[in-house]
Design a protein around this ligand. Structure first.
Ligand SMILES: Cc1cc2nc3c(=O)[nH]c(=O)nc-3n(C[C@H](O)[C@H](O)[C@H](O)COP(=O)(O)OP(=O)(O)OC[C@H]3O[C@@H](n4cnc5c(N)ncnc54)[C@H](O)[C@@H]3O)c2cc1C
Ligand SMILES: *[C@@H]1O[C@H](CO)[C@@H](O)[C@H](O)[C@H]1NC(C)=O
Ligand SMILES: *[C@@H]1O[C@H](CO)[C@@H](O)[C@H](O)[C@H]1NC(C)=O
Ligand SMILES: *[C@@H]1O[C@H](CO)[C@@H](O)[C@H](O)[C@H]1NC(C)=O
Ligand SMILES: *[C@@H]1O[C@H](CO)[C@@H](O)[C@H](O)[C@H]1NC(C)=O
Ligand SMILES: *[C@@H]1O[C@H](CO)[C@@H](O)[C@H](O)[C@H]1NC(C)=O
Length: 494
């Protein structure tokens, strides 16, 4: 996760730099088609859906919103945008796409950093209209529409004093996050976000809507928990809720001069902190314009004040900007500067790490500096390494198997790096280098550790994410989608 400073002179240089990137690299829109050029499949969909759904063409503002992605490199100009409004319309659309064998995309929040995963040059389905949040205080669950971003879900649940497991920064979509796994600020307490899904409202590739639960279809329930868009389009999730008070935390920015103190404090945090309410993401960002590593810390405590001793060492390090306070969950995720890179070109790659030791920390610092300087002159690149620290018990909160992770006995933390999308090979090489270094120093279990599908760079083999679950997921895919309709959409394909 790329982090942008919000204060200080250095930070403004950096922001200026980033806006230059966006100006230079933003794609130019394609010419507007006249009505006669409107695609026949777009027209057929427009004539078949109910008034709850609509089709938009280039030049219309809801077309632009429909194809928008967090990373500009993930946005493509489609022939039209279909804003689906009901599950039955989604079914009608899927049947037309299947019959005409038309490539398409499904987008929720548009945070995919692999080009083509939620974008297309053909038919683009946007899910924004699935935007309801309904809390049921009897069952302690909330129904959450798949077109929302987590900010809106947190806002809707705030007045009930409850929350669900969602994104840790602003703007992430409900859909992709939940179908891939979902590492939340509450993961230390309650597991992955998918461990807290009670039911999926799924429009199957045959156009029929089903409610998938552990008892209705255990295999499909397993497959949807990590299996992304292989089994149809999810329109609603029923999620377990948990009590939510005010939280504590926010974002801190440190200069490279503090790096050794930050490294030591981060390693000490991981070694000592066992309180499941505490969370920390440490990100090293190489900033070419100032030729140094800027450090961003995201801190979290699930309560108004953290107990003494948890964050004190980190807080004592001189910061160039700091926005840490007691606040609502919504305020906390919105404090993160990750939105500042909206529109940048970016690709993620995950690198599982069991334990952040001082030697692995040194390797990560070296990678940040090495690739930051090596790529600096090639384009205005983003080079960023995030260390997402979690407790070893995070996969123990769910007794059932899920598509991801393939094993619940193997602990790994989903560290990730972010490069400019042009540097795929470098991103792969760097992640492989760090993993090999960790295995080399004795973290031998990492040989089998999966890469989180929501962070994995395109081209990653299925087995590297889903391990021994691949055959079961492929068999399930053949049962649910015998015509391979979902194969017409991008993403990880079983
Ligand atoms: C700034 C940033 C911060 C992030 N932070 C976190 C984090 O804290 N924790 C974490 O776990 N991950 C995080 N991620 C990764 C994030 O979970 C994935 O990018 C996720 O896929 C985004 O979901 P989305 O709906 O926004 O993306 P989209 O691009 O809309 O979709 C991603 C994929 O899911 C499919 N999909 C989406 N909705 C549906 C649906 N309803 N039915 C079927 N298929 C669907 C799409 O077709 C696509 O293949 C972060 C990513 C970014 C860019
Ligand atoms: C809330 O949950 C209870 C218990 O599962 C159920 O009986 C009730 O119908 C639900 N209410 C609504 C409005 O769905
Ligand atoms: C982040 O971006 C999303 C999507 O554009 C937007 O809805 C959200 O309000 C933004 N958050 C902040 C804090 O600006
Ligand atoms: C799911 O069903 C299986 C049996 O099919 C059962 O063992 C398991 O406990 C169930 N899980 C949940 C969360 O209900
Ligand atoms: C730094 O990283 C680069 C790229 O992985 C590697 O070639 C180099 O040997 C590393 N340097 C040190 C001192 O580890
Ligand atoms: C980048 O360009 C600057 C000026 O053009 C040059 O001084 C520097 O050596 C270059 N750095 C790399 C890593 O190529």
């Amino acid at each position: 996760m790329m982090i942008v400073p919000s204060l200080s002179t250095l930070a403004s240089t950096y922001l200026f730099f980033l806006s230059l990137i966006s100006l230079c690299l933003a794609g130019s829109p394609s010419p507007l088609p006249g009505p006669s050029l409107q695609d026949s499949v777009c027209l057929r969909i427009a004539h078949s859906i109910s008034p709850a759904s609509e089709v938009f063409y280039p030049g219309e503002s809801l077309y632009e919103k429909g194809i928008f992605h967090w990373a500009s490199s993930s946005t493509q100009q489609s022939k039209c945008v279909v804003e689906a409004g009901t599950p039955s319309d989604v079914g009608i659309i899927l049947v037309i796409l299947g019959q005409t064998r038309t490539p398409f995309a499904v987008k929720s929040g548009g945070h995919a950093t692999n080009p083509g995963f939620s974008s297309t040059s053909d038919i683009h389905i946007s899910l924004y209209r699935f935007s309801e949040v309904n809390y049921n205080s009897t069952s302690n669950t909330a129904d959450v529409g798949t077109g929302l971003i987590w900010d809106d879900v947190y806002a809707a649940l705030e007045s009930f004093g409850v929350n669900v497991l969602g994104g840790r920064v602003s703007g992430i979509g409900v859909g992709g996050f939940l179908l891939g796994g979902g590492y939340s600020w509450m993961t230390n307490q309650y597991g992955l976000a998918i461990d807290n899904v009670v039911a999926f409202e799924l429009v199957q590739p045959n156009g029929k809507t089903v409610i998938v639960t552990n008892s209705s279809d255990p295999e499909l329930f397993f497959g949807l928990k990590g299996g992304m868009n292989n089994f149809g389009i999810v329109t609603k999730f029923t999620l377990k809720t948990h009590p939510q008070s005010l939280v504590w935390g926010g974002s801190i920015l440190n200069l490279e001069s503090t790096l050794s103190d930050v490294e030591a404090a981060t390693i000490a945090f991981q070694a000592a902190v066992t309180d499941p309410k505490a969370g920390l993401i440490m990100t090293y960002n190489y900033v070419p314009s100032i030729q140094q590593i800027l450090i961003n810390q995201l801190m979290f405590y699930d309560g108004p004040t953290p107990p003494a001793g948890i964050f004190d060492t980190l807080l004592a390090i001189p910061a160039t900007s700091s926005d840490v306070s007691t606040r609502s969950m919504l305020s906390l995720v919105r404090a993160s500067p990750s939105n500042g890179t909206d529109g940048a070109r970016a690709v993620f790659q995950g690198y599982p790490i069991a334990s952040l030791t001082s030697s692995i920390s040194a390797v990560i610092v070296n990678e940040t500096r090495f690739w930051g300087t090596a790529l600096a002159n090639k384009s205005a690149v983003t080079v960023s390494y995030a260390m997402e620290l979690f407790l070893p018990s995070i996969y123990s909160h769910n007794p059932d198997n899920t598509a991801f992770p393939p094993s619940r006995n193997l602990f790994f933390q989903p560290f990730d790096l972010e490069f400019d999308v042009d540097f795929h090979a470098a991103a792969r090489a760097s992640s492989a280098h760090i993993r090999e270094a960790a295995i080399g120093e004795g973290q031998s279990e990492l040989v089998d550790a999966p890469i989180y599908p929501n962070y994995a760079i395109s081209g990653t083999p299925l087995a590297d994410m889903y391990g021994g679950n691949v055959p079961a997921l492929q068999a399930l895919k053949r049962r649910i989608d015998p015509q391979n309709v979902m194969g017409l959409a991008g993403g990880w394909k079983f």
